[in-house]
Design a protein around this ligand. Structure first.
Ligand code: ZN
Length: 284
């Protein structure tokens, strides 16, 4: 009798433990919701149709920060030592060379195959062809990008000094636009909708945002470089970013139907902003 009671007790314990698990593991619940947001549209989700930030979030939604690091806004890495998400006084810019170009040295993991390398190099060229930024294989430079297929698509903001990892997972992040997006973070750009003046151009629908991700919609004190707000920036979140149950989290105004986000690569205004930030026209 006693042993039956004990057995029942153990069974009950196991059952309650099993039932409480999904509640305890709140990230697991949210992962389900992240996936659910794909169902907002009548069309079948199609990677080619997704904007770049949505692609990044699709890959990063289970991203956990390695020791000593955290991620902000889904894909901006920061170390605990250097946690600023903006770059005050342009202290994180890559230095400009006397010839007027800004050289960004990089090394690239040998794990990537030829197609991966072409994709990543296309992401670089889409920036360099319209600006004074030149991505160059590192020779001896002290500060450089270390491009690796770690878990997720992410970058630090601006130049951190020394070796800085920029992760482009393969195959998930193997889109040239995703690479350009992460390179723009490395050049010092935050997401377009976190601009200080964004409330003139978009409405954030706070009630539709997953509660744990509210912080991803904070405004930052940004240098907007006298450039117009750019709905089609490669740095813009998608309309349903971090949605709780499929409702929009960002609505353009006054016209709510303005397309937001970018599928291909840097917009003309993105390139313009790089040119202004790095003073690219100055020596021409
Ligand atoms: Zn980003």
């Amino acid at each position: 009798m006693l042993s039956t009671m004990m057995l029942l007790g153990i069974l009950f314990g196991l059952l309650t433990q099993a039932y409480t698990l999904p509640v305890k593991n709140s990230t697991g619940v949210h992962e389900g919701k992240v996936r659910l947001k794909r169902k907002y549209s009548d069309e079948t989700p199609d990677w080619d149709e997704m904007n770049i930030m949505d692609k990044i979030m699709e890959v990063n939604n289970r991203l956990r920060a390695p020791r000593g690091m955290s991620f902000k806004e889904g894909d901006i890495a920061s170390s605990y030592i250097r946690s600023a998400i903006t770059c005050p006084g342009n202290t994180c810019l890559w230095p400009k060379s006397v010839d007027g170009f800004v050289y960004v040295p990089y090394i690239i993991s040998p794990v990537y195959d030829d197609m991966d390398r072409i994709t990543i190099e296309t992401g670089m060229q889409d920036i360099s062809s319209g600006t004074c930024i030149k991505f160059v294989p590192r020779t001896h430079e002290a500060s450089f990008l270390d491009i690796q297929p770690r878990y997720g698509c992410w970058s630090f903001l601006g130049q951190t000094g020394g070796s800085q990892t920029l992760s482009l997972q393969t195959p998930g992040c193997m889109w040239s636009g995703v690479a350009s997006h992460e390179f723009m973070h490395a050049l010092g750009f935050v997401h377009e909708q976190s601009r200080s003046d964004r409330d003139h151009y978009i409405t954030i629908i706070w009630k539709n945002i997953m509660p744990d991700y509210i912080n991803n919609f904070r405004k930052h004190i940004t240098n907007n470089l006298n450039s117009p707000y750019d709905y089609s920036s490669v740095m813009h979140y998608g309309r349903y970013a971090f949605s709780e149950d499929g409702g929009p989290t960002i609505i353009p105004k006054p016209d709510p139907y303005i397309p937001i986000g970018q599928r291909d690569g840097p917009s003309a205004l993105d390139l313009h902003k790089i040119n202004v930030l790095y003073d690219c026209g100055a020596t021409e």
